[in-house]
Design a protein around this ligand. Sequence first.
Ligand code: HAM
Length: 425
Amino acid sequence: MQAKALKGFKDILPDEVHLWQRIEVTARDIFRRFGFLEIRVPVLEQTGLFVRSIGEDTDIVEKEMYTFSDRNGDSVTMRPEGTAPVLRAFVEHALHLKNKVARLYTIGPMFRHERPQKGRLRQFHQMSVEVLGAAEPAVDAELMAMAHMILAELGVTASLEVNSLGCPDCRPAYNKALVDFLQSRRERLCDDCRRRLEKNPLRVLDCKNKACRAEVEESPAITDYLCGSCADHFSAVQKGLLAMEVPYSLNRFMVRGLDYYRKTTFELVTDQLGAQSAVGAGGRYDGLVESLGGAKNTPGIGFAIGMERLVLLLAAKEQGQPGGIDLFIAGLGEEAVDYGFRLQQGLRALGTSCLMDPAAAGLKSQMKQAGRARAAFTLIIGEDELATGQAILRNMADGEQRMVPIGADTKEIAAVLAAEIQRGV
Ligand code: HAM
């Protein structure tokens, strides 16, 4: 039987990889400009870490985690997101002692047992950033500006939607208003939401069930219930966005799928991905570090960009094929092939990407291979060329051919050729 990848698990094939690389290179450079350092954390963690941080009433914890007992009988979970593991590492290694404010990012696979569809996988990848130790609203605005910059430099457009979820001081009053509103509609809510109504009413706003969505449409807005300090914070965040010329709109329904958020939340949304509209999302989670055993009063904020969704957006506007190689050397005859292999080694050492056909098939077949490899140039070497010390260099874009010297010293010839190829002549 032919083996197949698991449902929702995807191979990233060579003709797509250049998009992934472009995203990573661009993002890493922007992270650097904003003073972020990379951290790499394990894929597997104790289940309790995610239950405590993401929240037991969330879809992620209730329905989507890859949780199993390992061979010692301990409950472990494949990380469904990056924030909890990074915070666990921050606390475990006392990283707050190194810097007053830690700016960390991590890139890697996450796992959620969701129903797969376009832009929604069971193994997906996030670029996830966290700032720990800064409560100032300027940091919220700065992070959104950074997310905006990543998309802008990749040439992707998404709209920034912003909300505030308040804090433990103002949330109870809002919860009460929400429960009062939903009680009369209780019968029309799904079973999960009826339970959520008692335990965690905010989660009803995040339910994916159509009927529940319709019921919450007229619900009270959390931003009308913010305490003085949260309201001031939220308005300062918006001032910061205006100052940095980051366009945004307010979305009072945004509660996010994770329980740890407080105050600012945000999403980067697009209408180009069908139902999966969020390319990136995040928010503030003051209190989470402390609840994971870290120092008291360590505020935190972060966001994650979903890389599969970004790849889809890039692919949609991508023109042409990914970049090919610099040079294909077509060698005809044993001696020419030997020569070509030495020259190829010299060229590669100088940074030129180069390929040959090790089977040295006929010229026609080798030219075909050069085409498939999308070579910018092809160097054709046969017995005559070796004898005269001149070989044909063909520009594959316009078909123009000219003679180039090929002497006994392949290193010297490689240097001349590499320079010419670099100049594109
Ligand atoms: P999240 O909203 O659950 O937040 O995920 C962030 C992004 O990951 C989403 O906007 C989406 O682009 C992508 N994503 C999520 N699930 C899937 C999936 N099944 N398939 C493909 N892409 C997906 C978090 O994970 C938070 N940890 C973000 C954060 C960091 N908040 C603070 N710091």
